[in-house]
Write a protein that binds this ligand. Sequence first.
Ligand SMILES: Cc1cn([C@H]2C[C@H](O)[C@@H](COP(=O)(O)OP(=O)(O)O[C@H]3O[C@H](C)C(=O)[C@H](O)[C@H]3O)O2)c(=O)[nH]c1=O
Length: 339
Amino acid sequence: MNILVTGGAGFIGSNFVRLMLNKYPDYKIVNYDKLTYAGNLENLKDVEENPNYVFEKGDICDAQMVREMLKKHQIQVIVNFAAETHVDRSIHDPAIFTHTNVYGTQTLLDAARQNGIERYIQISTDEVYGSLGETGFFTEKTHLSPNSPYAASKGGADLLVKAYYETYGLNVNITRCSNNYGCYHFPEKLIPLMITNALDNLPLPVYGDGSNVRDWLHVSDHVSAIDSVLHHGKPGEIYNIGGQNERTNLSIVEMIVGKLNKPKSLIKFVKDRVGHDRRYAIDPAKIERELGWAPKYTFEQGLEETIKWYVENESWWRRIKSGAYLEYYVKQYGEALHG
Ligand SMILES: Cc1cn([C@H]2C[C@H](O)[C@@H](COP(=O)(O)OP(=O)(O)O[C@H]3O[C@H](C)C(=O)[C@H](O)[C@H]3O)O2)c(=O)[nH]c1=O
């Protein structure tokens, strides 16, 4: 199988590329990535010499280049991880989210249908469903009700994918995951931000009172679920992928502080995120029943391993945090943290 993995230099994409190369030695994996601030070829250093791996730098919004890629590498399957993903950034600068996530998806879909692509998998998010109260779960039938510009752009992309299935018969699947964590996670997201800040004895900014809830999924479990969808998913179907592991943000930060033997006084409650979704939680029944997939990691084991990875791979995150990202971070949180 020749697979075009878009956004393969990002966090989830790179974990998926590694799984494919290690598990399927006869597959060719083409990693097509624009290398935005969150794309990093260092994430794939260990597989870059693999003869079945090719990196191509490019944008999913560039229709001509996408078409060239499909022809040049005789692509049969597209798995689209490429996206702007950070909710806080989408609040400050929504346009790039619509452009990349919606228009970029449409560009891929058009190229797919015009070039006889056999399978198209859209990697989406449970945020398209909006926010839950204290009870209940998202299922694949839950109405889309996104709240942030990020979530709206992913919801828009999902609707296009569905439309290309209904209108053109393109063989698609949509996967919607809960919050991921694990190695190579860009340190703007809650868990890697808190680990790396704590290692540097920097403040740990918790939005609001820290009682918002997320359902945490280890990235290895996530990419194994995508593998199941790729090989056994039914045409046109949506599959939710969750960790069955709900935690409040504050409890996570406290676990990290505890595991790193840092003082709780590092925790700083800061202004809440605008339109902050209260709770996400996924009902895993469909993917368990139809594809026999369930997460393997316990959160304790996954967090332990993740913390260890950041301790042992300081050079990876140190470079990121000392560059342009630091400027963004200070601009956004500086006042709240030091004022
Ligand atoms: C960065 C940060 C976050 N938070 C809170 C905000 C959230 O309630 C929770 C997780 O935030 P984060 O930005 O890491 O992730 P979400 O906004 O839940 O969204 C993430 O999970 C979904 C599925 C995707 O699809 C997104 O792409 C992904 O970014 O921690 C804080 O309290 N402080 C902080 O400094």
